[in-house]
Design a protein around this ligand. Structure first.
Ligand SMILES: N[C@@H](CCC(=O)N[C@@H](CS)C(=O)NCC(=O)O)C(=O)O
Length: 216
C-alpha cells in the first residue's frame, strides 16, 4: 500500500509527480493547508504538521528528499534514480536536496505574501531579501544546465528542482534565466507533471507576487 498525503501547489507535488512518473498505484489524500495538519489524526503521522507524508511498506516518510531517494531505490526500473557507484550519484543526490535550498525561500515568500493576513505584519525587507536569495538559487541552476536535463537524462533530480522552480516562479521572473526557462518548459510538458497540478490554483491565486518596495 502506498498512500501520499498532499496539499496542492506545495512541496508534496514533488512526491506526487514522482509517483506518477513511476506509474505506481497509490492512494492520494488531498489535505488543506491549514491547522488540521497539526491536529489528530494527521499529527500522529507527521508531528510537525507538514506535507508531504508518504506511507509505504509500513514506513512513514515526511521529507520530500527522503521520499525521492526511497522511491527511486524501491522502484529502480524507471531509471529516475542514480544508485551508489553510478557516476552521476553525487550530482543526483545534490540536486535532490538542492530543491530544498530553493524551496525554503519560496516558503518564506509564501508566508509573507499569502499566509500572513494583515499588511502591517508583512515585511518589505524580508520580501526583497528572500526574492534576491531565491533568484540566486535559480542562477545556480542556470549555470549548471548544459543539456536537456540536469543530468544525462531525465531523473528525479529534474522533478525535485523542477517543482521547486514551479513554486519559485510565483516570486521571481524566469526570463533572466533562458536555459532554465527552456528546461522548465520541457520537464513541465510531461504528462506526470500535468497530473500533479490542480485544475484551478489553490495556494497561489496570482501567477506572480512582486516584492513590496522598501521605503526610504
Ligand atoms: N523539508 C520538508 C518541508 C515540508 C514543508 O514544510 N511543507 C510545507 C508545504 S510546502 C508545509 O507542509 N507547510 C505547512 C505548515 O507549515 O503549516 C520537505 O522537503 O518535505
Amino acid at each position: 500500500m502506498i498512500r501520499l498525503h498532499h496539499a496542492h501547489q506545495t512541496r508534496s507535488m514533488r512526491s506526487l509527480w514522482l509517483l506518477h512518473e513511476l506509474g505506481l498505484d497509490f492512494e492520494l489524500v488531498i489535505r488543506p493547508l491549514d491547522k488540521t495538519l497539526r491536529q489528530e489524526p494527521y499529527r500522529s503521522l507527521n508531528p510537525t504538521g507538514r506535507v508531504p507524508t508518504l506511507e509505504i511498506d509500513g514506513h512513514v516518510l515526511t521529507e520530500s528528499g527522503a521520499i525521492a531517494e526511497y522511491l527511486c531505490e524501491r522502484f529502480p526500473q524507471a531509471g529516475l534514480g542514480r544508485d551508489p557507484g553510478h557516476v552521476e550519484r553525487a550530482a543526483w543526490l545534490n540536486w535532490i536536496h538542492f530543491a530544498e535550498t530553493i524551496s525554503q525561500h519560496s516558503a518564506a515568500l509564501t508566508q509573507q505574501h499569502i499566509v500572513i493576513y494583515a499588511d502591517h505584519m508583512r515585511s518589505a525587507v524580508v520580501m526583497q531579501l528572500e526574492a534576491k536569495r531565491l533568484a540566486k538559487t535559480l542562477a545556480t541552476v542556470e549555470e549548471a544546465l548544459q543539456g536537456d536535463y540536469l543530468l544525462s537524462d531525465f531523473s528525479a533530480a529534474d522533478i525535485g528542482v523542477g517543482q521547486a522552480v514551479y513554486m519559485a516562479q510565483h516570486f521571481v521572473r524566469l526570463d533572466p534565466f533562458p536555459k532554465l526557462r527552456i528546461w522548465f518548459d520541457r520537464i513541465t510538458a510531461r504528462d506526470a507533471f500535468a497530473k500533479s497540478v490542480p485544475e484551478a490554483p489553490a495556494l497561489y491565486a496570482k501567477p506572480f507576487y512582486p516584492p513590496w518596495e522598501v521605503l526610504p
